[in-house]
Design a protein around this ligand. Sequence first.
Ligand code: PRX
Length: 649
Amino acid sequence: MTNQTITSVSRESRLFKPSAEFKAQANLGSEAAYKKLYAESVNSPERFWERQAKQFLTWRKPFTQVLQWKPPHAKWFGGGTLNVAENCLDRHLGTARENKAAIIFEGEPGDIRTLTYKQLHREVCKCANALELLGLRKGDRAAIYMPMVPEAAVAMLACARLGVVHTVIFGGFSSEAIKDRINDCGARVVITADGGWRRGKIVELKDSVDRALGATPSVEHVVVLKRTGNAVTMKEGRDLWWDDLMAAAPAVHKARAHASEQPLFILYTSGSTGKPKGVLHTSAGYLLGAAMTTHYVFDIKETDIYWCTADIGWITGHSYVVYGPLSVGATVLMYEGAPNQPEPDRFWEIIDRHGVTVFYTAPTAIRAFMRWGDEFVTRHSLASLRLLGSVGEPINPEAWMWYHKMIGKKRCPIVDTWWQTETGAIMVTPLPGITPTKPGSCTRPFFGVVPKILDENGKPVSRGSGGKLFLTQPWPSMLRTLWGDDARFKEQYWSEVPGLYFAGDGARFDEDGYLWVVGRIDDVLNVSGHRIGTAEVESALVSHPSVAEAAAVGRPDELKGQALVCFVTLKGDQRASDELKEALRAHVAREIGAIARPDSLRFAAALPKTRSGKIMRRILKEIAAGGDVKGDITTLEDFNVVASLQAEE
Ligand code: PRX
């Protein structure tokens, strides 16, 4: 990314301070307390994390070593044992939380269900017993491909209870993506559903699993939850109904203690090569990060009804629908479907119906609501809300202001939280009772986080200048490696500047020391808050028999943040046509999932390349954005290529 792009972010001067009222009740309400804790967290991290780990987690056996750091490998809380599911459930039993709602679920068709902590615990125990009966043991992998229903959380927690490593696959991913992920981690069991509801239609999940399973030798069983009631094919001996297994399973399950570093889950995310990366998170450190940030950033109280709109298929759903909020005993609202079903006011209706107090969503959703019109919001009171959050991509100041005025009624602090699949928990964020906010900035580091911005040569940039974002200290919820590929882990995150974690983002600090994240600087796009690797899209395109070469780039998009533009050259005997264009867009959706369907696809006679044969994406980006090709093109092999590409559309 050029400096020009980094500094083009607007200089925002508006400042919003938390109200005295909010401050007075906040879990952390004084700047002095933040400063003191932050200083301790970076100057005496081991003392700080030791205290937090004792405060936020329930241990079976106390840890003896806070951190063993052999860069880039960290081991946190060595010698300690605990059970993550017990921390999310069992420890709330026998307290006032026992009969409190853990999950309030609303399905897209309007069905509503509440599970208390006691009921959720019972379901998780039954599911753990059922999975054990299927032969799953500690360290085995299980894939979860479910709609946003409470059973998805039950399945995750049942795995956690057993020490079975789950990999949740987003319900929008295709069979190809399911197959790759299952094969990469060698999952023995797949937990899925007949379908899920989305925009009034059934998403046929079991069907997608079936198409993946022809080529997944590790899978022994498929557990199928009945959600939509559509017909599915059940393969004798392999496929089992969730309800049958649960009915037969005992409701008591004795949780075993697991080591702090017991792998908890693998979550695949896009990187700069065609193959998704299996980010590995382990138990104690991850849970501490999720729990602590839920407490301080979302300011959770016993009386809150907390709603994070992320799907459990993403890291946000892991940390802030399941592990974080349940570990602090919050009431979590879970909604299955689309924000505009039946009408674009579904979210606001849900907030009023259930009295949601804390609401966490993504900028792309906020921009969609802005576009759908204020009248859908003003129909509802939203009086219960007290705190708003944003995650997934930089929030443009205009969307921030709309969120602040229309949804927060100028009363609710907004926490713009910067973090990643790899970081496991929120890293840079305002604390809602303390930090004055600026629209578009994620403000200041959370405890223990030391961000640094460095230039191309690894040298610090001056304040106000853009550069690459690094984190300099290990933190408990950091990824431990990439599943089965430690070399890539080292290369991807720790080689840019040895010893520092490279986030892959461009950012700058402003004059007040506030952080502004601009976006990815690697070949990863952020489309509607979802990470899509351009290399993955390209490899999907070239897997089509008509395609010779492909290049995928991002173009700024008002609604999605970035839109996906693909340039394709065809094999000699193939002809460009609108039908082929559509077929190729559909092909990518089939290979990866609908979220990766190119917004625009352009046929080209040739792609711009350097003399060494490297596709010059920068040029394609400029062409995709509709602008002139600026900057240096002297390394271009064939100058005519650019002219003909520009003439095409
Ligand atoms: O580019 C940053 C952007 O999303 C990336 C991480 O994506 P993922 O691993 O899918 O996790 C998303 C949810 C945590 C980051 O590298 N990003 C995320 N949050 C923000 C953001 N960019 C700016 N501001 C944010 N608040």
